[in-house]
Design a protein around this ligand. Structure first.
Ligand code: SF4
Ligand code: SF4
Ligand code: FES
Length: 231
């Protein structure tokens, strides 16, 4: 199989043998270990837990450890590049700082009021707020949705699906005390109202989460807060 890998200098072609159940991460690892040890890439768990192996495969952002070559190969060829919408450090490795800085801009840090001397706050699994974020809290911050979002490509200031999804989970967290500040942080030009509801993030999320639904929830909550004069 021919594999075209994006290097800092442009695409480089490699010949890689096929084998059953081979993943795209296996292919990249084979190239780095057997053909060119200077190839830079990132991975950790190899089992779909950490999200660090995310790359662009034939134009689509994916977790490479969970992508079998058989599913994506075209004409016995593969093209592998770094995630889009992020600065590249080297070859297939992107700089995630901007991505996580946006989580901070969206007030993505939990702000509780209890101290270690207080009892645990017990959230009822059946409460309406908890049910609304039941899947969204499973986000592991891999950046696949961010790389799939056209609005991020057009407007680099846009907070993006993952940061907004994080804000949504905290807005619905009854233990959190910064709801209004958080809604203010996501209500601006670069926030939830810039989402065009294209659903690319939701289509691509390897965990089958729906940042789009969370963003729609933020649109509703910010509109309500605005009408109440809170923003
Ligand atoms: S929403 Fe999905 S694709 Fe986006 S960062 Fe979280 S786990 Fe990754
Ligand atoms: S639904 Fe919104 S956040 Fe998701 S990809 Fe589309 S524009 Fe981006
Ligand atoms: S290496 Fe952890 S998800 Fe792929």
């Amino acid at each position: 199989m021919k594999v075209f890998v994006k290097r800092n200098s442009g695409f480089q072609e490699f010949e890689v043998p096929r084998h059953p159940s081979q993943t795209v991460l296996d292919v990249v690892t084979y190239i780095q270990r057997s053909l060119d040890p200077t190839l830079a890439y990132r991975y950790a768990c190899r089992v779909g837990m950490c999200g660090s192996c995310a790359m662009t495969v034939n134009g689509v952002p994916r977790w490479t450890c969970r992508t079998h070559v058989d599913r994506v190969v075209r004409n016995d060829a593969l093209e592998v590049g770094p995630l889009k919408n992020l600065p590249v450090i080297r070859d297939l490795v992107t700089d995630m700082r901007e991505f996580f800085d946006k989580w901070a801009r969206a007030r993505g840090q939990f702000a509780g009021e209890r101290t270690k001397r207080d009892d645990f706050h017990k959230v009822k699994p059946s409460s309406s707020d908890r049910v609304q974020v039941d899947s969204n809290i499973e986000c592991i911050g891999c950046g696949v949705c961010y790389a799939a979002c056209d609005v991020v490509a057009w407007n680099p200031d846009y907070l993006g699906p993952a940061a907004l999804n994080r804000a949504w989970t905290l807005v619905k967290d009854e233990r959190d005390s910064l709801k209004t500040e958080r809604l203010r942080a996501v209500a601006g030009d670069a926030g939830c109202h810039s989402c065009h509801t294209h659903m690319s993030c939701t289509e691509r999320c390897p965990k089958h989460l729906s940042p789009t639904a969370g963003i729609a929830g933020l649109k509703r909550e910010t509109a309500k807060a605005l009408l109440k004069g809170e923003l």
